[in-house]
Design a binder for this molecule. Structure first.
Ligand SMILES: Cc1ncc(COP(=O)(O)O)c(C=O)c1O
Length: 493
C-alpha cells in the first residue's frame, strides 16, 4: 500500500478520470439518489475480506472515484448555479492532493514549515487590499468561516470582559449582559457562535435593514441605544460583506464610525464577499474595511480553492491571541523563538489543521492576482446581466439589484394566487434538483420563498440562464396543472 510506483500509477488513472469530468461541459446539476440505493452501491464497492489485508484492486479504486464524482453537485458544469462553494481551479486540487500525501498540519511551524511561511506571505499579499499597517496586523487560517466568526467574537468578548475566560459568567457580576449587534440577515454561524459563547438569542441586537437588505445606518444608532436601555452591553458589531441570502454589503464605513464612537469591536463577516477586495472594479463594496477590527475571508468561496480555506484577519495583532487563553506545554512555548513565533495553535481553535493556504498560495504564485480578479468580475457582471434579463420577463420578478454574484427572484406565472407563491417556488426548486440539469437554491425573503442563484462558475453564460428560465417555466406549468399538484421531498439548506 505504500509502494511509490503503485501510488504513481493509481494517481495517473484517477487524474485521467478527473480529466474526463473536467472536460465535460454538458449541463448537469446533481444526480439526486435515494440514500438507500447509494448506500447499497457504496457497500457493493467494499472488499468482502475481513481478516487479511486485501490486495490493491484498481477496478475498485476506479469505481469508488467514479461514484464519488458522479454523485456530487457538478461544480464545473454550467448547470451549477446554486451554492457558494467554488467550481475550483483544478490546479488548486493538485496542490491540495500533495498536502494530503505529505501531511503537514499547519498550526505549528515545525509540522508545516512552508504552509506557515505561505500563510505569512498570503496575509501580506491580501492585506494590501485591506489596508492595515503591515507591521501590526495578524492573520490565522481557520477551518471555515463559521469557525473564524466564532474566533473573532471570542477575541472581542475577551477584550471587553478580560476575566471572562478565567471566571466565566462570574466576571459579569454587577455589569450589564454582554450583547452582539448584527444585521437582521446575518449568517447563522454568527448567532450560533453567540450561542456557543453563552450569549442568548435575546442578547443579539438585530439591526434593521434598508430596502437593499443592508444594515440601515440611520436606524442602527437608535437600535444600539435601545439595547443599552434594555440592560445590554453591546461589545461587538458584526457587518456582513456579502450576506448569504442576497449578497448585500453592509455600509462598513459608516458602521465603523458608529462602532468607534460607541467603543464597539467591528467584525466584518466577509466569508462570501471579502474576495471582491482583490478586484479594482469591485473593491469599493467594502469601503471602510481598514477601520474594522477583524475580517473573515473564505477563499473557498470566491477564490476558487477547495474547502475549507478561511483567513481570519485582525487589524491589531495583539488581539489575535485574545480568543483563547491557555497553557499547554506540549505545544505552546512560553518564550517563542524564530520558529515557534510562526505557530498559530494558540490563536486558532484547531490543534491539527489542514495546510489550507497551500492551494491558494500556489495559484497566487503561479497566476497572480488577475486570475481571481477576472473571474470574480466576470461572475458579478454576469449576475448583473441576468438581472436585466429577468426585468424583461413578465412572469419573473427579481427581488433585488445584485451587488455581487447572488440573485434571488420568483417565478410568478399569470393567474398564480398570492397564497401559492411560496409553495410554487419551493416545488420548482425541488423539481429542478430532481431533474438534475440545473442546481439552484432557495431562500425565504420577507417570509416568502424565492429562487436563488449563486454564480460561482465562469462556464455559465446568459444563454444557460435563459435555458434555466425555460426549465423553471416548464416545471411551474407542470406543477400547477397536475391533479394533486404538490411536490414533496427534502431540501438540504
Ligand atoms: C456570510 C457568511 N458567513 C459565514 C459563512 C459560513 O462559512 P463556512 O461555510 O465557511 O463555515 C457563510 C457560508 O455560506 C456565509 O455566507
Amino acid at each position: 500500500m505504500f509502494d511509490a510506483r503503485l501510488f504513481r500509477e493509481s494517481a495517473e488513472s484517477v487524474t485521467a478520470q478527473l480529466e474526463h469530468q473536467l472536460a465535460d461541459a454538458s449541463i448537469r446539476g446533481l444526480e439526486l439518489i435515494d440514500p438507500d440505493i447509494l448506500d447499497r452501491a457504496a457497500r457493493g464497492l467494499m472488499t468482502p475480506e475481513r481478516d487479511r489485508i486485501a490486495a490493491f484492486d484498481e477496478k475498485r479504486l476506479a469505481a469508488i472515484v467514479d461514484l464519488y464524482v458522479r454523485t456530487g453537485i457538478q461544480v464545473h458544469s454550467p448547470g451549477y448555479l446554486g451554492r457558494q462553494f467554488s467550481g475550483v481551479v483544478p490546479l488548486a486540487g493538485i496542490v491540495d492532493f500533495v498536502g494530503s500525501v505529505v501531511n503537514q498540519p499547519s498550526s505549528f511551524y515545525e509540522a508545516g514549515q512552508l504552509p506557515n511561511v505561505a500563510e505569512r506571505i498570503m496575509a501580506e499579499e491580501l492585506n494590501r487590499f485591506i489596508g492595515w499597517e503591515p507591521e501590526s496586523f495578524a492573520m490565522v487560517t481557520t477551518s471555515g468561516g463559521s469557525l473564524a466568526n466564532l474566533t473573532a467574537l471570542l477575541a472581542a468578548r475577551n477584550k471587553r470582559f478580560p476575566d471572562y475566560w478565567s471566571q466565566g459568567g462570574g466576571a459579569l457580576a454587577g455589569r450589564s449582559r454582554p450583547a452582539i449587534a448584527v444585521g437582521a440577515d446575518v449568517h447563522y454561524s454568527v448567532s450560533r457562535a453567540a450561542g456557543v459563547m453563552g450569549i442568548g438569542d435575546e442578547q443579539l441586537v438585530r439591526l434593521p435593514l434598508d430596502r437593499e437588505q443592508r444594515i440601515c445606518l440611520d436606524r442602527a444608532r437608535g437600535a444600539l441605544e435601545d439595547a443599552e436601555r434594555r440592560g445590554l452591553e453591546v461589545f461587538c458589531l458584526v457587518a456582513s460583506a456579502g450576506t448569504t441570502s442576497v449578497g448585500a454589503f453592509d455600509p462598513i464605513d459608516g458602521l465603523a464610525d458608529l462602532a468607534r464612537e460607541k467603543g464597539l469591536w467591528l467584525h466584518v463577516d466577509g466569508a462570501h464577499g471579502a474576495s471582491l477586495l482583490v478586484s479594482d472594479e469591485l473593491r469599493g463594496k467594502l469601503a471602510g474595511i481598514a477601520k474594522a477590527d477583524s475580517l473573515t475571508w473564505d477563499a473557498h468561496k470566491m477564490m476558487f480553492v477547495p474547502a475549507p480555506c478561511t483567513l481570519l484577519f485582525y487589524r491589531d495583532r495583539r488581539d489575535a491571541p485574545g480568543a483563547f487563553r491557555q497553557q499547554a506545554s506540549y505545544v505552546f512555548d512560553d518564550k517563542p523563538d524564530a520558529y515557534t513565533a510562526l505557530d498559530s495553535g494558540d490563536k486558532n481553535f484547531e490543534c491539527t489543521k489542514r495546510p489550507m493556504i497551500m492551494p491558494l498560495w500556489a495559484l497566487w504564485s503561479i497566476h497572480g492576482r488577475a486570475l481571481f480578479a477576472e473571474k470574480i468580475e466576470y461572475l458579478c457582471r454576469l449576475t448583473a446581466d441576468i438581472h436585466t434579463i429577468l426585468l424583461d420577463e413578465p412572469d419573473f420578478e427579481p427581488l433585488h439589484r445584485p451587488e455581487a454574484n447572488i440573485l434571488c427572484f420568483r417565478h410568478l406565472p399569470a393567474g398564480l394566487a398570492e397564497s401559492d407563491v411560496h409553495r410554487l417556488q419551493l416545488d420548482i426548486r425541488n423539481r429542478l434538483k430532481r431533474q438534475g440539469n440545473f442546481f439552484i437554491s432557495k431562500v425565504d425573503i420577507d417570509g416568502v420563498a424565492a429562487l436563488r442563484v449563486v454564480l460561482m462558475n465562469h462556464r455559465i453564460t446568459t444563454e444557460h440562464f435563459r435555458m434555466l428560465l425555460g426549465e423553471i417555466r416548464r416545471a411551474g406549468y407542470d406543477l400547477r396543472h397536475r391533479a394533486n399538484g404538490r411536490e414533496t421531498g427534502s431540501d438540504s439548506e
